[in-house]
Design a protein around this ligand. Structure first.
Ligand SMILES: [Zn+2]
Length: 284
């Protein structure tokens, strides 16, 4: 036995990291339709490094393999609906094969991290500079937590100035940030929810928000909503509004490892997994 190994603690395992992930993003906060769990990997395998990303898509798996991490933690699940095979004849099946061959585990925290204290919604609210935040859509498991946040800006500003601030704090992607409403209107209360926010338009209005920052807003829900007034709309991309939650999750994983007397190296993927790669202005 080497003397340097004496007193050294063994590295964390996949099971340990999943436990730390659950402490940060408690499973009881999950929406009933959702999946938040270890997707592939052996619970007994050692984990020294983790890559965090929004989507378990092939470019993220490329990155995980090329940098040699032991585990990938994504926001979105790889499988949400029942599947009867993981053969390498589909993109998802190929991803499972590549991860297993490379000895890389994959886990995710989706609505659990959306709702969690210090999770995705809090990260987005903090990025926008909101104070005195409350929950937009309370979780039935814990009404003090839930999806989305609503809070106040330190000072009232115009919709245009707020949009410029939000555009500056979100990572860039081809669609950028869309603004719905009068750019010169004064605004002070802002609701935020990363990812698809159509279903929360009513909650944002009920909360008295002047502006609702979310993503994936469709024509009819957005136009019908704006016809009845505030909140005005800021529509970022799904990826950008959820990417801001990765760095805080990385910090929580590192802190959870440190609490156990171990070191975990984390890396937040900068690989853009929005479907859109290019935006052209239309018309002549
Ligand atoms: Zn999402």
């Amino acid at each position: 036995m080497s003397t340097t190994a004496l007193g050294e603690r063994p590295p964390l395992t996949v099971a340990d990291v999943v436990r730390i992930l659950r402490e940060a993003a408690p499973p009881e906060l999950a929406e009933p339709w959702d999946s938040n769990q270890l997707i592939c990997g052996d619970p007994d395998d050692a984990v020294r490094s983790v890559l965090l990303a929004v989507d378990p898509l092939p470019p993220v798996i490329d990155e995980a393999i090329s940098v040699g991490v032991d585990m990938v933690i994504t926001h979105h699940p790889l499988f949400l609906r029942g599947t009867d095979h993981v053969s390498a004849t589909t993109g998802k099946g190929r991803s499972v094969h590549r991860l297993i061959r490379a000895g890389i585990a994959l886990a995710n925290a989706h609505t659990t991290w959306d709702c969690a204290a210090g999770g995705n919604a809090d990260a987005l609210a903090a990025a926008v500079g909101l104070t005195s935040t409350t929950v937009l859509s309370p979780s039935s498991a814990d009404p003090a937590l839930g999806i989305g946040r609503v809070g106040r800006l330190e000072q009232p500003t115009t919709l245009r100035a707020l949009a410029e601030r939000v555009a500056a704090v979100l990572p860039d992607s081809a669609p950028g940030l869309l603004v719905g409403g009068d750019p010169e209107a004064e605004v002070s209360t802002v609701a935020v929810s990363g990812g698809s926010g159509d279903s929360l338009l009513g909650a944002a209005r009920q909360a008295g928000a002047d502006v609702f920052l979310t993503a994936d807003l469709r024509h009819h829900p957005a136009t019908d909503h704006l016809a009845d007034g505030r909140p005005y709309l800021l529509c970022g991309t799904h990826w950008a509004t959820e990417w801001v939650g990765l760095a805080p999750l990385a910090s929580r994983l590192e802190a959870g490892a440190a609490h156990r007397g171990r070191t975990l190296t984390t890396r937040v993927s900068k690989v853009l997994t929005d479907p859109w790669t290019l935006r052209l202005s239309t018309g002549s």
